[in-house]
Write a protein that binds this ligand. Structure first.
Ligand SMILES: *Cc1c(COP(=O)(O)O)cnc(C)c1O
Length: 404
């Protein structure tokens, strides 16, 4: 039956191709069907409210569930080794659903002080309006995490490697510490690492968040997000944060992401191989001051990267000796292979200049001490670079053209 195919003994490449898929019993279609129907005609009288549907397993309305989306959810849960997955319209819809669905007035959140800009602004600007207290912490430092946990702390949220400076956090150590201190939820935004590198649930996390827009979809043509975790927790989240907040994934996007996800393990091998070659080229380039790539021995947490990441992924940042503003200008006009654009994890290489002052003023707003730590990675700014799966020589030639 479609959506049910799953053998837990399969390897990651087989899972990526087959999990959640299967021959359609009616048409014998080998590839997943795209079911766009927003409503479904049940063969029994079923409850109307999401809270009043006990026992009914079928589809009723696409905000509650949809067959194509359900196939993707089965696949992504399998890739992360999780019991259940809930898909959302974007990574931010997934992050919001998890934060707002699990935290209430009076609860306290400990979260990385450096992370994806959308998440950073959501927890700084929106959550406090609902009475949720937030502490911004360098989660690569266990002592800092411990110092900020209090009885009201319901969640510790880490992002590793963290946008945009590629700072890692030790998932098993943070999860063990947080749980030991009585924290209910440890959530990991694993978008940069991807399940090819790290499976946070295996390391003790309770939830994993992905922007499916990035590596899992992989082709830059469909936004999506996902939360993966225990079935019991996801069922509860589904009732409120999916059905009532309503940020569900379009079946068409689910269908595109399903297709992208099938080649995910192969793409990640290519991303890593190309990224390593490009990182070495940049590290040797006279115009480049520093390269932060977890796969390079020069990364300050390379030892942790080797322990925690089975694939170093395709994300890196680098700093130049000359100001990045002028180089970014040249990139907009002169790059031939790499696109000067935000986003990441696509088959196509993407690069973007992120000046530290702008980030501090608009998004991170770090205190002097935390700002100094950020600047120790980022200096005046970094080029955030998502290495695609083109030939490394062509990417390097493109960089040579703009670095001078
Ligand atoms: C892109 C991204 C998000 C947000 O995902 P969208 O699909 O753009 O909403 C969240 N976290 C990280 C680490 C990201 O890179």
């Amino acid at each position: 039956m479609a959506g049910k195919t799953l053998n837990p003994d399969w390897g990651p490449q087989t899972l990526a191709v087959h999990a959640g898929e299967g021959v359609d019993p009616t048409t014998r279609a080998s590839s997943p069907n795209l079911v766009m129907s927003s409503t479904f005609a049940p063969d029994e009288v079923a409850g109307f409210s999401a809270r009043n549907r006990t026992g009914y397993e079928g589809f009723s309305y696409a905000r509650l569930s949809n067959p194509t989306v359900a196939q993707l959810e089965t696949k992504v849960a399998a890739m992360e080794g999780g019991e259940a997955c809930q898909a959302y319209a974007s990574g931010m819809a997934a992050s919001h659903a998890l934060l707002a669905g699990r935290l209430s007035q009076g609860d306290h959140l400990v979260i990385s002080d450096t992370n994806y800009v959308g998440t950073a602004e959501l927890v700084r600007d929106s959550l406090p309006r609902f009475g949720i207290e937030v502490s911004l912490v360098d989660t690569s430092d266990l002592d800092q995490v411990a110092a900020h946990i209090r009885p009201q702390t319901k969640m510790v949220w880490i992002e590793t490697p963290a946008n945009p400076i590629m700072r890692l956090s030790d998932i098993s150590a943070v999860a063990a510490l947080a749980h030991h201190m009585g924290v209910r939820d440890v959530a990991v935004d694993s978008t940069f690492a991807s399940p090819a590198a790290t499976r946070p649930l295996d390391l003790g996390a309770d939830f994993v968040v992905h922007s499916l827009t990035k590596y899992i979809g992989g082709h830059g043509d469909a936004m999506g997000g996902a939360v993966i975790g225990r079935k019991e927790d996801l069922d509860a989240l589904n009732l409120e944060a999916t059905v009532h907040y309503g940020g569900v994934l379009s079946p068409f996007n689910a269908w595109l992401i399903l297709r992208g996800a099938a080649t995910f393990p192969l793409r990640m091998k290519a991303h890593q191989e190309t990224a390593m070659a490009v990182a070495q080229f940049l590290e040797a380039h006279p115009a480049v001051k520093a390269v932060h790539y977890p796969g390079l021995p020069s990364h300050p947490q390379h030892e942790l990267a080797c322990r925690q990441m089975k694939n170093f992924s395709g994300m890196m940042t680098f700093q130049t000796n000359d100001t990045g503003d002028a180089i970014a200008e040249r990139m907009v006009g002169d790059l031939e292979v790499i696109h000067y654009a935000v986003s990441l994890g696509h088959h196509r290489s993407l690069i973007y200049w992120i000046p530290t002052d702008m980030l501090m003023a608009s998004t991170f707003r770090l205190q002097p001490e935390a700002q100094a730590r950020y600047r120790s990675f980022a200096g005046d700014g970094v080029f955030r670079f998502s290495i695609g799966i083109e030939d490394a020589d062509d990417i390097c030639a493109d960089l040579q053209r703009v670095l001078g």
